[in-house]
Ligand binder design. Structure first.
Ligand code: AMP
Ligand code: GLY
Length: 423
């Protein structure tokens, strides 16, 4: 089977590695890929938001299966377009992708199906926003409706600030069209975790719960990023929380989608906030997390590509899937200045050999013609370790971090700190 991977981040490099290990895959190509992917497979240029170009590429390359990494092409209907020309693809169709692409759609969906989440109100008019905010409890959360690369969510400490944020989103268009409608919602005070499912209609496989670290600074301080590291399984999802998540969130969500006439096939990533033992939905994503993928796929005993193919064909058999009894951690090596502006083009030094159960996943890298790998993004690398305990996984990952270098590389030294403190 010839596979095409769409995307260019650490998630896609992990997907590529899974393809290289899969007995089902005879050839894998990627578009557009990154520096690490280019060393392992042929990478072709592509604007992932250009759906006709993606279909044309898949046809020209005669691929048998497409794995879509990022949310933007999913929200634009790339899977529908590929299926229309007979090419199976992993990822939800356009209707199902609204669960990530529209926060107001999702809030309506959650409330309509009585799935635990923060109470929220959709607002398009600034005067309505101000009236609503006057009587609201603080902090309050304001969200731009559409995809905003993780930046469209602002937590406001008081009315003055919230009023300004509402004004910026609705009138000043700070988030472009995404901000024409906003969601104002109750702040949930708890600990966050992520639940990743591979779904085929009502059937699903639940991967280990994970936790990522979104803030740039140690101790979870400073501005939000795409994620500075992650680990799994996350013990904050206790067996009780896990079961509640299945009964009160996963099952009602899949039943609700079915009742609404939406067929979901692909990854459903559920961001939950655990408030006094009660999991509540913070957000849905309709693709694998980045950097969560880097720790989840290695914990599967089964071939993830086979699972993706089964999901896409509606043939998933969840009872047969096995997970490894192990822990995994990924540390993100980011460019100096990230998540604000940063420089690119710094040469990266890699160790000659890797210890077992470690990996270097490329995210924002580029391969020059002479084979040198340089930085080309904010999150540059994901450095992973797998071990029998989280401590062992962390030790392996951090030991490898010490052997990788580029000018200005910033890492957080405390990934997994809450769970490590409890171990
Ligand atoms: P989202 O893009 O909706 O996942 O929001 C981004 C981040 O904002 C989440 O990962 C949470 O850390 C935070 N967040 C979003 N909604 C809430 C909420 N209602 N209460 C507390 N924190 C929230
Ligand atoms: N790491 C969070 C995400 O992929 O959305």
């Amino acid at each position: 089977m010839k596979v095409l991977i769409i995307g260019s981040g650490g998630r896609e490099h992990t997907l590529l590695k899974a393809c290289l290990e899969s007995p089902l895959v005879t050839e894998v190509i990627a578009a557009p890929g990154n520096g690490g992917m280019a060393a392992e497979a042929s990478c072709l240029p592509l604007d992932v938001a250009d759906i006709p170009a993606t279909v044309a590429l898949a046809q020209a390359e005669k691929v048998d299966f497409v794995i879509v990494g990022p949310e933007v092409p999913l929200s634009l209907g790339v899977v529908d377009a590929l299926e229309a020309v007979g090419i199976p693809a992993y990822g939800p169709n356009k209707a199902a992708a609204q669960l990530e692409a529209s926060k107001t759609f999702t809030k309506d969906f959650l409330l309509r199906h009585s799935i635990p989440t923060a109470m929220g109100k959709r607002i398009t008019d600034i005067n309505d926003a101000i009236d609503y905010l006057k009587d609201h409890a603080y902090p309050v959360v304001l969200k731009a409706d559409g995809l905003a690369a993780g930046k469209g969510v602002i937590i406001s400490p008081d009315f003055e600030h919230a009023q300004q944020v509402a004004y910026d989103m609705l009138i000043k268009n700070t988030f472009g069209k995404s901000g024409h409608e906003i969601l104002i919602e109750e702040f949930m005070d708890g600990e966050e975790a992520s639940i990743t499912l591979m779904v085929s209609g009502r059937d699903y496989v639940m991967l280990p719960p994970s936790q990522d670290h979104k803030r740039i600074g140690e101790g979870d301080t400073g501005p939000n990023t795409g994620g500075m590291g992650a680990y799994a399984p996350a013990a904050v999802v206790t067996p009780e929380v896990y079961q509640k998540t299945i009964d009160e969130i996963v099952e009602p969500t899949l039943a609700g989608l079915e009742a609404d006439g939406i067929t979901f096939r692909g990854t459903l990533y559920i961001g939950i906030m655990i408030v006094k033992g009660q999991p509540k939905v913070v957000e849905f994503n309709v693709r694998f997390g980045d950097p969560e993928t880097q720790v989840l796929l290695p914990l599967l005993q089964d071939d993830p590509i086979k699972l993706m193919l089964d999901c896409a064909k509606g043939q998933l058999k969840p009872s047969e899937v096995k997970l490894k009894d192990a822990y995994a951690m990924v540390i993100v090596g980011a460019a100096q200045g990230y998540p604000d502006s940063y420089e690119k083009g710094k040469a990266i030094c890699f160790p000659d050999t890797l210890e077992p159960d470690t990996a270097i996943i490329h995210a924002g890298t580029k391969r020059l013609e002479d084979g040198t790998i340089v930085t080309s993004g904010g999150r540059v690398l994901g450095i992973t370790g797998i071990g029998a305990t989280l401590r062992e996984a962390a030790d392996k990952a951090y030991a490898l971090c010490g052997k990788v270098h580029f000018e200005g590389m910033q890492i957080r030294r405390d990934i997994g700190h809450r769970q490590l403190a409890r171990e």
